[in-house]
Design a protein. Structure first.
Length: 482
């Protein structure tokens, strides 16, 4: 075990603090109260899935450092990835690491971290990579004014949350700066108009969808960062109360491996589990007051009712999804004569909500399961058509004129044929809903800089996932006049 004093200067997109190693720190100098790890971390093996799934979407974007320190904290805005040493600090000895990724840190803090080298994994293969070292904060020497006590006892070990130790108001500022910085660096916008992040009114117990892992003993929980070990749980502070109630029941008896998916309707009280629970578990859930559904469940959003199957995509935070829907509707400025396309439409959420305001709505969705749900959801909306197929194939071939477009792609963003179709069709107004600001910035560079076909009006970050480093962004684009 080795100890280092580290000055934290910036954040990665995954929410870990990056910092310069200032000096080696003998463990004899550690105070008694600082001898145990506050937050620990093994850099995840790239073959492991260690995150709590948000929507079952691919994480696509590569890790890059992001400076999200406040200007008055005196941090170097270029971040440690620039190769610049913090002012007034000596370069560390060559035997020491130059910079470290530290979970549970905040830019501006000075901390002591423990670095524990992982043992080599034994196996039949001759060549095996050494696992990355485990890094943990053992003392916070100079805490940030934004540091708060993380309420979850598993924070730092569990891969689900990254920001529980940061005051919520500061989380919102960090996410806004993440979006703005990526639009500048990756999107090529000198001064993008990025509005303050829309807060989640209750930033806890908001998730209506959780995918739990099950270990060999049948215990249900979440995967530890950097390993396959399951942290057994009977409660998660960001999961909806209904899911936590179901989790308590599931934790009482061994469950089948490898996973249990639990979804709930925050407005309907319905519960959906996959795989289907045993008769014993079903009886226990019913006795606890849950309405357990068989193959699908229903949820209400913005006054509309939606059917959802286990494999279909639906927004994980119902309250914030309602804010998002209102943003989409307002930015499209729909009139009764307009034809709107809803690309990557999922179960038809936007399509159904847009239907009363437009002449016609065309939804495009690849997933057969989601299309079945979408057709059921829009059954009473005669002006909505759902087309099954890939957006990059369907959108360029639509025969009719499109007056407005909603794009809500997965994390990897839009395929080039989709962007080319926007340029070719000259759709007057586009609302792009992004769950990854890096791929959003990449796509906007092509639409607004490379082709100069569109103008960015504004970007509105939305905190769909409080206590995590994820941020949703709703962007409004106008077609440039020739």
């Amino acid at each position: 075990m080795r100890y280092y004093a580290v000055q934290l200067t910036s954040l990665t997109r995954e929410g870990e603090a990056l910092g310069w190693v200032i000096a080696s720190q003998p463990d004899a100098r550690l105070s008694e109260e600082g001898s145990g790890p506050l937050y620990s971390h093994s850099v995840p093996d790239e073959r492991m899935d260690t995150s709590v799934p948000d929507e079952g979407r691919d994480t696509g974007a590569s890790n890059r450092e992001m400076d999200t320190s406040a200007p008055d904290e005196g941090m170097d805005r270029s971040g440690p990835g620039s190769g610049r040493q913090p002012e007034g600090q000596e370069a560390p000895d060559q035997a020491m690491p130059r910079e470290l990724r530290v979970p549970g840190g905040i830019p501006g803090e000075r901390v002591i971290v423990a670095v524990e080298e992982a043992p080599r994994r034994l196996g039949r293969r001759k060549k095996r990579k050494r696992r990355p070292p485990r890094i943990s904060i053992v003392q916070v020497l100079e805490p940030s004014p934004w540091r708060v006590e993380a309420p979850c006892p598993h924070f730092g070990a569990c891969g689900g949350c990254q920001f529980q130790h940061i005051d919520y108001a500061r989380q919102l500022e960090i996410k806004r700066e993440m979006v703005a910085e990526l639009l500048r660096s990756e999107g090529g916008f000198a001064e993008p108009q990025v509005l303050p992040t829309l807060a989640c009114e209750v930033p806890w117990r908001y998730r209506n969808h959780m995918r739990f892992s099950v270990n060999r003993e049948g215990q249900v929980g979440l995967t530890e960062r950097g390993s396959h070990r399951v942290i057994a749980l009977n409660e998660c502070p960001i999961a909806h109360e209904s899911i936590n109630g179901a989790l308590k029941v599931l934790s009482e008896t061994p469950q089948p491996r490898p996973q249990v998916v639990v979804r709930c309707g925050t407005h309907t009280g319905q519960l959906l589990l996959q795989p289907a629970p045993t008769s014993e578990v079903r009886e226990q859930l019913a006795a606890a007051g849950f309405a357990v559904c068989e193959e699908s469940m229903e949820e209400e959003l913005a006054g509309a009712r939606f059917r959802i199957r286990p494999s279909s995509f639906f927004q994980t935070n119902t309250a914030q999804a309602e804010q998002m829907a209102a943003l989409v509707l307002r930015n499209l400025e729909i009139s009764p004569q307009m034809t709107i396309a809803d690309a990557y439409c999922g179960v038809g959420t936007f399509a159904l909500l847009l239907a009363p305001h437009a002449r016609r709505v065309i939804g495009i969705e690849e997933s057969a399961s989601a299309v079945r749900d979408a057709l059921w959801n829009v059954r009473d909306a005669p002006n909505v058509q759902i087309i099954q197929g890939k957006t990059e194939v369907v959108l360029p071939t639509l025969a009719e004129t499109i007056d407005g477009l909603v794009l809500d792609p997965p994390r990897q963003g839009c395929q080039r044929p989709v962007l080319d179709a926007l340029v070719e069709r000259q759709i007057p107004r586009v609302v792009y809903v992004s769950c990854d600001p890096a791929t959003l910035a990449r796509d906007l560079r092509y639409l607004c800089q490379t082709t100069a076909a569109y103008q960015l009006a504004q970007a509105q970050p939305l905190d769909m996932f409080p206590q995590t480093a994820h941020v949703e962004t709703v962007v409004c684009l106008y077609r440039k006049q020739a």
